[in-house]
Design a protein around this ligand. Sequence first.
Ligand code: GLV
Length: 340
Amino acid sequence: MSKPHILLARAVFPEIVDKLARHFHVAANQSDVVWTQAQLIEQLKGQHGAFTTGGDQIDAAVLAASPELRICANMAVGYNNFDLEAMTRAGVLGTNAPDVLTETTADFGFALLMATARRITESEHYLRAGRWTKWSYDLFAGADIHGATLGILGMGRIGQGIARRGAHGFGMKVVYHNRSQLASDVEADLNARYVSKQELLEVADHLVLVLPYSPSSHHAIGAAELASMKPTATLVNIARGGIVDDAALAQALRNKTIAAAGLDVFEGEPQLHPELLKASNVVLTPHIASASIPTRLAMANLAADNLIAFFTGQPLLTPLNPGVLTAGLTAQPSAPASRT
Ligand code: GLV
């Protein structure tokens, strides 16, 4: 019986490679080369499944060049690297990695908020540079977290995790804006009030962005939105680059339109807007919100388990476009069918 062929598009824990190798012929990119689109297309030739991360773009051109491809399992909750409509049209399943990262990511969102509002990295750089010569009443005085108004844009699982930390741990009032309003018992538990996006911008002492990236959320925070925020406010982005207009943010930080920002994601990452690198009132981290070892392992296992489930005829754990299955394609583990 021939095993399906799987591409592991980026390096991953060796135990995940071993697990996949028990079920599949695995082409593993353990040297972790970041492929161009042309290289990805080349690597996908003859592959029936792909284990992808958020940087691997599965678009119409990739799909057209990969007729054997049946499923892409993303080791990320966000899947804006998938052209899901094109995948569905091509009969290619997509899966993501929700839930397993919720608490770890909410921990990090809160950590970034604390570090930003209390100027932790800025003051550490000052100290390491040997510039600390005396105590002063206003040395790195920042904003309070406890009792403040926490704004959340995008109140899904991670947003609710951050709200819970703020309300239960720090006595914060929570205001949020989302596509849909939470049930009233959930709002009561989170001390949360649903508001318009404009009110959110105006009343939040600290605003955390946790919404998914899509063309409609592109530059959801730009110059006009930043101008609506309090000059003492903190902005935290753990969602996706492109949700914030980084050029407008760099200018707002320079002009003190807002007090500070904490950013884990960037437009065009891993490149950063050069003005952000120059600003002292911003905390910058390299897209690590879900990066605890247990959580990254759980995310990788979930992606691997989706591939294994599909090719052994079991239900997918976290499908994004399950309609592809009901449209007639089924897994054939011994002889994976081409889509053509
Ligand atoms: C990380 O950004 C993710 O979407 O999991």
